[in-house]
Design a protein around this ligand. Structure first.
Ligand code: FE2
Length: 288
């Protein structure tokens, strides 16, 4: 195994907006992962979220030097309004060049405002200040191979001290969530009934692939999950699954064989939404 010198990779399930305002096991883990990243002197964060996709063949990288934040429902503005975003334009341009070199129709978007899929996680990871961060869009065709290739194209950034993060969801179907406790009582963790069978089944399959396959098998496994019999129940739309493909690209090279994902925290919300938090590799491994 030669993961030497490579930073870890995270696939985080950001869940509902209330994951910003309410304490949870997942939130505690996000903070821990952020503390470790800072203690190990990461150069910056490169993230793919779940709320920004480009049309046709395009992929974009955020190059707005002063992005604002789209508002977050059900969270008091004091939890996010004053948090200072830290767009890393130099790395954004580097990402554009790396993507172009791999044949992508990539360009900067100097007008893009950041959305909670990325800054919710950043606030939780880095409450005392956002490290230089680059946001990469998805492509709205939601082709799994395309998104694996994006992760693979940016994988070399792991050798340069960047932390690559996908922010999406393991089980994330807004149409199948039980919203009533959140809408009526602001309680996103009520879980009045157990999660439904399809949610449990798909969540288990995600964990199995993440923790039991590595290298190119991980890429094939996460790609194949889109053909899982319960996939469409777990993901009514493909947007929250794409960051998993991005992550598989970033940590699914031949060189990553033997680096298995770990389920580090998990928080169920709204009965059927499973916010699994996965990490591959470690800074200890990177320093070895
Ligand atoms: Fe989301």
């Amino acid at each position: 195994m030669s993961s030497k010198g490579l930073t870890p990779v995270h696939w985080f399930s950001h869940g509902s907006t209330m994951m910003l305002g309410e304490e949870s096991e997942a939130a505690t883990y996000w903070k821990k992962a952020g503390d470790e990243a800072l203690a190990n002197g990461i150069k910056g964060v490169v993230m793919m979220g779940a709320h920004w996709a480009e049309l046709n063949e395009k992929i974009a990288v955020a190059t707005n030097p002063t992005p604002s934040k789209s508002p977050v429902a059900y969270v008091h503005p004091s939890k996010y309004a004053d948090y200072k975003l830290n767009p890393d334009l130099e790395t954004a341009n580097k990402c554009i060049e790396m993507l172009k070199a791999e044949g992508f129709d990539a360009e900067g978007d100097p007008k893009f405002d950041w959305i909670h899929d990325t800054y919710l996680v950043l606030i939780r990871m880095f409450p005392d200040g956002c490290p230089p961060t680059t946001i990469v869009s998805m492509n709205a065709r939601y082709d799994p191979y395309y998104h694996v290739k994006v992760g693979a194209a940016l994988r070399p950034l792991r050798e340069q001290g960047y932390l690559l993060i996908g922010s999406g969801g393991a089980v994330h179907n807004l149409y199948r969530n039980k919203w009533e406790p959140m809408l009526r009582y602001r309680d996103n963790f009520a879980q009045e009934t157990p999660p439904e069978a399809w949610a449990l089944e798909f969540r288990q399959s995600v964990e199995d692939i993440v923790t039991q396959t590595s290298g190119p098998r991980l890429r094939r496994g996460i790609t194949r999950l889109m053909k899982h019999p319960q996939y469409r129940e777990a993901h009514a739309t493909d947007d929250h699954f794409m960051s998993g493909l991005f992550v598989a690209g970033a940590v699914g090279d031949k060189e990553d064989e033997g680096t298995y994902g770990r389920l580090c925290a998990e928080t169920w919300e709204l009965t059927n939404m499973c916010n699994s938090q996965f990490t591959w590799g470690s800074f200890v491994q990177a320093a070895a």
